[in-house]
Design a binder for this molecule. Sequence first.
Ligand SMILES: Nc1ncnc2c1ncn2[C@@H]1O[C@H](COP(=O)(O)OP(=O)(O)OP(=O)(O)O)[C@@H](O)[C@H]1O
Length: 234
Amino acid sequence: MESLHATHLGKRYGRRAALTDVTLTVPAGRIVGLVGPNGAGKSTFLQLVCGLLSPTTGALRVLGAPPAADAKHLARVGFVAQDAPVYPTLSVADHLRLGARLNPRWDPDLAERRIAAIGVEPGRKAGRLSGGQRAQLALALAVAKRPELLILDEPAAALDPLARVEFLDHLRDSVTELAASAVLSSHLLSDVERVCDHLIVLADGRVRLAGDVRDLLRDGPHASLEELVLGSLR
Ligand SMILES: Nc1ncnc2c1ncn2[C@@H]1O[C@H](COP(=O)(O)OP(=O)(O)OP(=O)(O)O)[C@@H](O)[C@H]1O
């Protein structure tokens, strides 16, 4: 089974092309690193995957169906947006109660374990959490939906190095526990190297490189993921 399958996918905002002729397949079970310079089209691609945007051309299938095909399909995909949005006046526990009401596959034990692992008081207002704790809360909420695919748009960008490592380790553990797939956009190649086993490099809205990291390293002249990415952008 494939988590993502795009054929000649394109997206324009008015006359500006944000994505052009994107054709790729991601097998299920991968943690995908989506990288590329500013304006490469990463957020646009992730929003297409979540069904928040519609393609201008081409087709995209997510877990075997069009993005956000119906309520059941929506429940299979978890999304952590760029600034890890939470409701500032609601407590952490309120967020978990809301999650339980809104999501048919909600796993209360998993949610509570994730919150305990972050080490925040359930009574704390989300608006009082640090950026790192907020990102961890957003991840816990997305994971407790028990999604088959987790989408994360630069989730760790604002975190200090230690918080980032903890966040990424939680992400990897969660994906393993759920036997899920994930797509993570990041500007930090060290983050991608830490957790990702599949790579998509975008530049100017086009795919420069896509595939399993192991295969790309085995078949090419590059010795590290960083060299692979930089080599594909030159
Ligand atoms: N709502 C919008 N209206 C018009 N143009 C947009 C809109 N959103 C993005 N764009 C343009 O589409 C292109 C791709 O943007 P996108 O945000 O997908 O890139 P990105 O790779 O996520 O960038 P960054 O790394 O800076 O977050 C850019 O040229 C951007 O200016």
